[in-house]
Every structure is written in structure tokens, then in C-alpha cells.
Design a protein around this ligand. Structure first.
Ligand code: ZN
Ligand code: ZN
Ligand code: ZN
Length: 356
């Protein structure tokens, strides 16, 4: 993600800030202009600092400290484009669930930011029942089946418990995963949605998909059962991005799609900070990289990969020095690079809007 600045004092602020830590101004994110706006309170709305002509409201979820996005004063739902996607939120009267939901919202807002930056259609399922996207954030209830995280025809369900870091880490260890985060869940699940919308209905893309990822008509339930029983094939690291990607072509797509979004975000941050790596004594070009382009605007997959690999190696090394897990604990092998290039092609040809 890029570096945002307070609209009053220009101090750098995080995407989630609601107050500038330097000057104390209220802040809100204008998703249409991709700007962090410093706000002065009016009678019933907020005005951008230094601009008396515009007025905004905070998204309704600002009241729950779950959103800092701005909406027009006459917005029909009272929620921003990211919060409009919520079909169900957990019991906000329960302080634990409220806290878990706030964590989930932070990750979801980063997802929606990326989708908007790419130019993918972001349409809520309540308004567009056939082709829209929606989220159910649910907590387990006593005496009922556990809430399973997953995607089904545009509806993404997340168990809010996943926002508890101790439980998430326990799940990660149990499933032998190298990486498990909330933003990773969102990036993965939304990949299933866009596969349905962008690939399934396009015979040319579907044929190319099957060449790279395999035939998705293989029985999904059986494939997952086999995966959990037998694990990944021994040579998975030469063909897939993760063990879970080996379970079924749909999961390979969703895992690789998540990495596409990981890499764009990672390189946007690197670009924003002007990162470059050029370690002395290394053979030329193997570890040199300069993040001097906006990966959302200039989506050249070869350039993205050749820049990301040295930078992730550098950041992984810094993390190891701090006793932290690798920032990016993955190897981008040849077949994965081809799959990423295909995903780049799919998103680059995506329509601006989907039918209702
Ligand atoms: Zn400020
Ligand atoms: Zn919102
Ligand atoms: Zn999946």
C-alpha cells in the first residue's frame, strides 16, 4: 500500500488512521479519490480541511471503530463501498466478537482497496443478487455446526474466531501452513468469486485455465478429502505455491490469486518507500531490484516478479534477524509464475461492471 498523508499537516499516516498522530485532526479515507482527508466537523457532516464546498459523512461502521472511509452525505445505505459488502456481522454487543470483527474489517478494507486499485468490479450482492459479492462474519453458536470459512456463489463466510491470533496460529500449525493471516483469507476467498465471474463464463480463458491449473470438473469434495488424508505430492514445491494449492484446480487458482494480490501490495509499499536492493559482491542482476514503478498502474508480471524476489529475500533476512517468521515464506517456481501471468491477464481484461 502507498503512504498516506494527513490532509492538514502532511504527516505520514497509516491507512487505518482516524486521527492524525501529529496534529490531532480527524481523518477519513476518500476511496473515490484514493486520498486521506483531514476533516473539520460541521453541523451534521464533515468538511475537508481547507475546502468549504465539499461535505462528507463517515461510513456507519465508524461508530464501531471498524471503518474510516468517507461517504457522500446523501449515501443511500450509510455505509462505504467496503462495508456495503457485509450481509451479516457478528453480535457487536459482545466485546470479544466486536474486537474480532474490527480486525476482520481492517483486513477486508485492505482487500477492497486493492480490488478498486486494480479496477475489478466491486458490487454488493444485496444490490446485485446474481453476480455481486457479500460477506457473512459469523461466530460459532453452542449446539450448532462450526462456522466454516469459504466461498459459495459470491457469498464469503468467515468465522470471526479466526481473528483471534492464538487460535489462528493453532490452526496454522495444525494444517502445516507456512502462512496464515486475515488478509490472506480475504485474498484467497475473493479469488474463488472472481474465478466464477471472470473465468467460468469465458470459454477461451477457461481452456487456458485448464491447461495451467488442471480440470476443475474433478470432484471437489473427493479431492479435498484425499488432500487432508494423503497430503501434497512430494514435488509440490516445483509446481505449486502451497500445499493446499495441490488439492484441486479451484484451490490452486485461489491460492495463486492471493499471491497475485500479495505481490501487488508488497511492491506498492516498496515503491512508496523507494526501496531498492543492491547487495555488494552478488553476481549481477541476481539480487538487484529497484521498486521504481506502481505495480497497480504498470502491471508487467515479469517486472513485478523480478523486483519482488530480491526485495522479499532482503526483508525475510531482516525478519530472521529479529526472530520473526519470513515476511514472504514462498518460492515462486516456473509454473507458478506462468499461473500468475495468466491471472494478470484475466484481471487486466475484466469488465468494469458485472450484470446484476
Ligand atoms: Zn496531521
Ligand atoms: Zn465502511
Ligand atoms: Zn479456497
Amino acid at each position: 500500500m502507498k503512504i498516506y498523508h494527513c490532509g492538514n499537516c502532511s504527516y505520514p499516516v497509516y491507512f487505518e488512521n482516524v486521527v492524525c498522530s501529529n496534529c490531532g485532526f480527524w481523518l477519513g479515507y476518500n476511496s473515490q479519490q484514493d486520498q486521506m482527508v483531514a476533516l473539520t466537523p460541521g453541523q451534521s457532516s464533515w468538511q475537508p480541511y481547507g475546502d468549504t464546498t465539499a461535505t462528507f459523512m463517515y461510513c456507519g461502521n465508524h461508530a464501531y471503530q471498524a471503518c474510516n472511509w468517507l461517504i457522500p452525505q446523501d449515501d443511500a445505505t450509510g455505509l462505504c463501498v467496503a462495508c456495503d459488502l457485509n450481509r451479516t456481522v457478528p453480535n457487536l454487543g459482545d466485546p470479544v466478537q466486536l474486537n474480532e470483527w474490527q480486525e476482520l474489517e481492517a483486513a477486508k478494507h485492505r482487500l477492497v482497496y486493492a480490488l478498486l486499485r486494480i479496477g475489478l468490479p466491486v458490487q454488493d450482492k444485496m444490490t446485485y443478487p446474481e453476480h455481486g459479492l457479500a460477506f457473512d462474519f459469523l461466530a460459532d453458536q453452542p449446539g450448532q455446526d462450526r462456522v466454516m470459512t469459504g466461498h459459495d456463489e459470491g457469498l464469503i463466510t468467515l468465522n470471526v474466531e479466526e481473528a483471534d491470533p492464538a487460535k489462528r496460529e493453532a490452526n496454522r500449525v495444525q494444517l502445516h501452513e507456512k502462512y496464515r493471516t486475515l488478509v490472506g483469507h480475504f485474498r484467497h476467498e475473493v479469488g474463488h468469486y472472481y474465478w466464477d465471474e471472470l473465468v467460468a463464463s469465458n470459454p477461451t480463458l477457461l481452456a487456458d485455465f485448464r491447461q495451467l491449473f488442471g480440470d476443475e470438473r474433478a470432484d471437489y469434495g473427493q479431492a479435498l478429502q484425499k488432500h487432508y488424508k494423503e497430503g501434497a505430492p512430494a514435488d509440490w514445491e516445483s509446481r505449486f505455491i502451497s500445499t493446499y494449492a495441490t488439492s484441486h484446480p479451484w484451490e490452486d487458482w485461489a491460492e495463486t490469486w492471493a499471491h497475485y494480490l500479495h505481490l501487488l501490495d508488497l511492491l506498492e509499499s516498496a515503491h512508496a518507500f523507494g526501496l531498492q536492493v543492491d547487495p555488494p559482491g552478488m553476481p549481477e542482476l541476481t539480487m538487484q531490484a529497484r521498486a521504481d514503478f506502481d505495480p497497480y498502474a504498470d502491471r508487467d508480471m515479469d517486472r513485478i516478479l523480478s523486483t519482488a524476489v530480491p526485495i522479499t529475500f532482503a526483508v525475510n533476512s531482516i525478519n530472521r534477524g529479529m526472530g520473526r517468521p519470513d515476511l514472504y515464506p514462498f518460492v515462486l517456481n516456473g509454473p507458478v509464475r506462468e499461473k500468475l501471468a495468466f491471472i494478470n491477464r484475466v484481471v487486466s481484461s475484466a469488465p468494469v461492471t458485472l450484470a446484476s
